[in-house]
Ligand binder design. Sequence first.
Ligand code: NAD
Ligand code: MG
Length: 390
Amino acid sequence: MQTITVLGSTGSIGVSTLDVLARHPQRYRVFALTAHERVAELAQQCRRFAPRYAVVATDTGAAELRALLAGEDLPTEVLSGAEGLCRVAADPGVDAVMAAIVGAAGLRPTLAAVEAGKKVLLANKEALVMAGPVFLRALAASAAQLLPIDSEHNAIFQCLPQPCADLEAAGVDRILLTGSGGPFRTRAVDDLRRVTPDEACAHPNWSMGRKISVDSATMMNKGLEFIEACLLFNARPDQIEVVVHPQSIVHSMVQYRDGSLLAQMGNPDMRTPIAHALSFPERIDSGVAALDLIAQGRLDFESPDMERFPCLRLAREAMDAGGSAPTALNAANEVAVDAFLQGRLAFTSIAAVIERVMKMVEPVELTGLDAVETADRNARNLAREVLGAL
Ligand code: NAD
Ligand code: MG
């Protein structure tokens, strides 16, 4: 029996994780659930999974959750804030932590799980991208095991021998990181200025939270994933190629020296990588139907359009610049996407804001968590200034 903390249990990944866990009550027990604001939904999850802890953002939210659960026979203690998140991520009673908070807010609890030597299932790519070397040093210094949940990185993991410390030694020539191209792959570039948040969030193949949906529409998601892949697989930027694959059936590929190209395929449903990482190296039922290749009929591949998707270039440049450049990229992106979702910024200005911030920041070495948080804060302030000036 493994005990699991699900950070961000009310989100898209959180709900998919609970769906997989509920299929295997004899294998997994939920230790803690956490949500930012959707307290009523978290209360429902507590009734269903009877966790030891539930964590919400504020004391007010915690009081609300306690009131909702009052009089019910549950073992659930309610905690709040970042402190509560770190506590349920690192508690000696937890075996595995699903890191599924969106954005920089997930960094501290995810690092707490790493430092406590947990099995860490990483969906929260922003945490890894913003803290790169700090995150990797914490991982190397602990007994933690990091398993990728992002479908592409989970696919690459599945196509590599395990463990794989050195791509060259494993005979790998290249990693092919696939991406659908999002909802605007073929939309006239002149129309992109006017797209609405709802249009940007209507992904053709995946149902996801709003922030990552916008990232998919700008292809910043692929940019963040490019950096994520460099970090997770100890890859040089020139060892990774982005390939557009509109059907999202091939989740990524590894090209070997002998001409072999290994791909991991499946229906686009995050329960597959979640089940894979939860049970690795075993395999369990995820609830995802087997892929029907005959019904699928065809698979297409093309090069990304770097002019349509400037965020891809910005991410590559941040990776090349190194140090705190990816931290600044992620922070500026979070601020710009938030402004777009609130109707304060045009879709095409997301990349423009990030580009201006990247021109203003001087990358510094990421010596520790403080340096990460300072770089994050500075880039957010710059992004807000740029937004104000637009
Ligand atoms: P979501 O918006 O649906 O859910 C986010 C979760 O985080 C919610 O439970 C929310 O309550 C919590 N949260 C938000 N802000 C918080 C804060 N400040 N403090 C504490 N908790 C907070 O997002 P999602 O689509 O589930 O994505 C989660 C993460 O997984 C993201 O990093 C995303 O990039 C990554 N990811 C998602 C998918 C997907 O299919 N949804 C695929 C790959 C990777
Ligand atoms: Mg992905």
